[in-house]
Write a protein that binds this ligand. Structure first.
Ligand SMILES: Cc1cc2nc3c(=O)[nH]c(=O)nc-3n(C[C@H](O)[C@H](O)[C@H](O)COP(=O)(O)OP(=O)(O)OC[C@H]3O[C@@H](n4cnc5c(N)ncnc54)[C@H](O)[C@@H]3O)c2cc1C
Length: 394
């Protein structure tokens, strides 16, 4: 049972967090841990109902910018300790990530990435196609040109992670209200006053917008214009099979990724360049599509021909919250004291959530600017300080 608060929302709080996904709950937990007494999480549906509960659970350190590598590295350490820290089994398994390419032209970037990751103490290695067979024996390597592998990457079970955070939040005194929507963020004279929910007003000097794909819509309530757009991404799940696959396999050529779950299912997805981007939550379309099922099945059986006899059982869709440089938007905005956002993670907010929650909570409670949060603030778009990571895949 997740301990959730019932009854009316409190009249006041030290901080209100909008959204009960990984980012909202990790931030609430870290704020409470840093000594904030009265933290409230408001979630319009249920815990994990947004992107978090629809994600692939992948956690990797194989990035091409030092900032992403450092964040992911800290997150891997957080995931390694998470079951103990939260007192809840989150099923983090380090089977590694095998990142493959079918294109010669990707090889220099892969080799440069390995050098940078090794410099940051991430134990990635470059592999020739035939060396991939030691990691995934039945992979069809006929089109592969090379790969990289990091054994410390892995996967965790997204619902267990948010349930674990919710329980730890409760122990730390955080109140979580589900089926409660934030309708407005209140401010006056450049200062946050609180939120209006469909169950009453909460006065609070700090509001953290962790509304995932709805973050842009929430930010607009206080006149903050986020450049985020939303994109449907889908996942396919097969029948259960005997254990045969340790790592997450991911292709930087066509964006397919797949791993095997603890229950034995193949779980994976593939990006679709023809998916439109949406701005208005009223337009979000999370219906499943036959087009995705066909694209995924084709790409999977091409790479892993033995999957041709496997039955696909179900699929679902969720939204990526995408920014122009595919990097998250963190921090506050000048002239609006007490407002913060943690959003825009594209396909990597589950892996980065624990560490962004920790860093944001430290910045909010101490007032000391965090170097990485500063580099990911909204004003980078005005300043033109865009530094996209080459390995945004999925
Ligand atoms: C198909 C798919 C696969 C993915 N795979 C991976 C992966 O393998 N690894 C990875 O790291 N990332 C992955 N991601 C991305 C990842 O899921 C997200 O980046 C991450 O979950 C974002 O978490 P969040 O807490 O910011 O947002 P969310 O989980 O979306 O939570 C936001 C919450 O805010 C609530 N909310 C919104 N508006 C309001 C309101 N007005 N009032 C109250 N509550 C509100 C929503 O109901 C929601 O629960 C994937 C995403 C998808 C869709």
């Amino acid at each position: 049972m997740i301990p959730l608060s019932s009854g009316p929302v409190p009249a006041s709080a030290d901080a209100v967090i909008i959204g009960g996904g990984i980012n909202g709950l990790a931030t609430a937990y870290e704020l409470a841990k840093s000594g904030l007494k009265n933290v409230v999480v408001i979630e319009k549906q249920y815990i994990g109902s947004g992107s978090t509960g629809r994600c692939g659970g992948g956690i990797r350190q194989q990035w091409t910018t030092e900032e992403n590598i450092r964040l992911a590295q800290e997150s891997v350490t957080a995931y390694e300790n998470m079951s103990t820290e939260l007192g809840y089994q989150v099923f983090f398994r380090q089977g590694g990530y095998l990142m493959i390419t079918e294109s010669e032209s990707d090889l220099p970037a892969l080799r440069t990435a390995v050098t940078l990751q090794n410099k940051c103490n991430v134990p990635t290695e470059f592999l020739q196609p035939e060396e991939c067979l030691k990691i995934v024996p039945d992979l069809d390597i006929s089109r592969l040109k090379g790969a990289t592998f990091c054994p410390r990457d892995g996967t965790a079970y997204p619902f267990a992670v948010v349930w674990g955070y919710a329980r730890a939040c409760h122990r730390a005194g955080v109140k979580i209200f589900i089926r409660t929507g934030v309708q407005d963020i209140l401010s006056d004279g450049g200062r946050i006053l609180g939120v209006e929910t469909d169950r009453g007003r909460i006065n609070a000097p700090v509001v953290v917008n962790c509304a995932g794909p709805w973050a842009r819509h929430m930010a607009a309530k206080v006149g903050v214009d986020l450049p985020n757009r939303q994109e449907r991404h889908e996942i396919m799940v097969s029948e259960s099979l005997k254990p045969f696959l340790d790592p997450m396999v991911i292709s930087i050529t066509n964006g397919i990724y797949f791993s095997q779950s603890l229950r034995g299912e193949i779980v994976g997805g593939i990006g679709d360049p023809d998916e439109p981007q949406w701005e208005d939550p009223a337009d979000f379309d999370t219906r499943s599509q036959l087009r995705f099922a066909v694209r995924f099945a084709r790409a999977l059986t091409q790479l892993y021909p033995r999957a041709a006899d496997v039955r696909m059982m179900r699929q679902w869709a969720g939204m990526y919250d995408v920014t122009p440089d595919h990097r998250p938007i963190l921090g506050g905005v000048p002239g609006l004291q007490g407002y913060h956002h943690i959003c825009g993670f594209s396909g990597h907010g589950f892996m980065l959530g624990p560490v962004t929650g920790k860093r944001m909570a430290a910045q909010i409670t101490t007032g000391q600017p965090d170097e990485i949060i500063t580099s990911l603030s909204l004003d980078r778009f005005e300043k033109g300080e865009l530094q996209a990571d080459a390995f945004v895949v999925g």
